[in-house]
Design a protein around this ligand. Structure first.
Ligand code: FE2
Length: 360
């Protein structure tokens, strides 16, 4: 089934909606214990290769869990900054806890932007991102690591007794989906099923909900997160409560990605590009306030509610001490020359500095 992408407007101009993103159902693969569903494995691999994105439906995702998680995060972000400030950990690059607005700054990418055609250029932003974020650390701790600061203890906001249960359930579900999807992608590429997941065993995965205050930053065309790619292995999102995620295909065509209810959109990060030697490119994207959100923003404000755009994101990340390099069929001489080996922790540290989360 292909998604009908609803028209989304930025500054009143219709955006192109021609990208065909099939919704890939994981049911057959899961029910058969991986014995069937080879076509869906290939569809996932194809979608990641073509667009850096795949949209999947995972029958294991409980129906009301995305809403409960988003509601928790909406209440968290709506608190005054003074109540969120104790949750910030700037000394470790905000890698757990709260990141305030105007901290993370997307890297300038003049080389990439120059190659994009008019109508598909990213929206300029001269400041750091207005979005806020919370990083909830999940996953198994590595027995030993050279990167303690990337594997820090989680922050638990004291005012939310339900935090542990909801974020725990949410992270379990999202990690399961990512794990299955990467297993299927590897098989779809004709490789052994653990080719990608073996990188993730002790990864410092992060639940990374993003909050953008649309009462302040809701004017159409406002950039909430500047044009960037993700530094991790694979990013997963469920449907956001407001539209605004604009992504780019491998060919440099931009489109607004709409995630159908109950589905999960995954986007390749730098680490997946690395281990596939560029067969999968990390997906470029930005997040904007858009015209299509205005009516809902007005309604929320009129009813005395704060209109926060909540993105329920999970960053699945390679184990910090794992060496990233092209593997399996992707380990060609050319790929190995383009993507020389690097420890995932060193690659993450380099990127965190580039986006100003780590400041030396
Ligand atoms: Fe991102």
């Amino acid at each position: 089934m292909a998604i009908a992408l609803a028209p989304t407007l930025v500054r009143g101009k219709p955006e192109r909606m021609s990208v065909d993103l099939p919704v890939i159902d994981l049911s057959v693969y899961l029910k058969s214990g991986g014995k069937e569903g080879g076509d869906t494995c290939e569809a996932i691999a194809r979608s990641l290769q073509k667009n850096g994105i795949a949209i999947v439906r995972d029958p294991r995702l409980p129906e009301n869990l995305p809403r409960r998680f988003a509601s928790l995060m909406e209440r968290y972000f709506a608190q005054p900054d003074a109540l969120k400030a104790p949750d910030a950990r700037p000394k470790i690059g905000y890698q757990v806890g709260w990141t305030p607005s105007f901290i993370e700054r997307a890297k300038a990418r003049p080389d990439v932007v120059a190659k994009l055609s008019e109508g598909h250029k990213p929206t300029p932003i001269t400041t750091a991102d207005p979005k806020e974020r919370f990083f909830a650390a999940i996953g198994k701790k590595p027995p030993t690591t050279r990167f303690d600061w990337l594997n820090a203890e989680p922050v638990m906001p004291a005012a939310f007794p339900e935090w542990y249960d909801i974020t725990g359930a949410w992270s379990t579900n999202m990690v399961c989906t990512v794990h299955t999807l990467l297993e299927m992608a590897a098989r779809g590429f004709g490789e052994r099923s653990d080719l990608f997941t073996s990188f993730l065993e002790y990864g410092p995965h992060l639940l990374a909900p993003t909050g953008s205050n649309l009462a302040k930053y809701g004017t159409p065309g406002t950039v909430l997160a500047g044009f960037h790619d993700d530094l991790n292995f694979l990013t997963a999102h469920t449907q956001s409560n407001y539209p605004g995620l604009r992504a780019w295909t491998r060919e440099g065509e931009s489109f607004f990605a709409k995630v159908p209810e109950g589905c999960i959109l995954v986007q390749a990060g730098q680490q997946l590009e690395y281990v596939t030697g560029g067969a999968v490119l990390c997906g470029l994207h930005e997040v904007l306030a858009v015209e299509a959100a205005q009516e809902k923003i007005r309604t929320e404000i009129a009813q005395g509610r704060a209109p926060w755009r909540i993105s329920s994101t999970l960053f699945a990340t390679a184990s910090s001490d794992e060496r990233l390099c092209p593997v399996g069929k992707f380990a060609t001489d050319e790929a190995l020359a383009t993507y020389p080996g690097i420890l995932a922790g060193d690659q993450v540290a380099r990127e965190l500095e580039a986006i100003e989360l780590v400041r030396n």
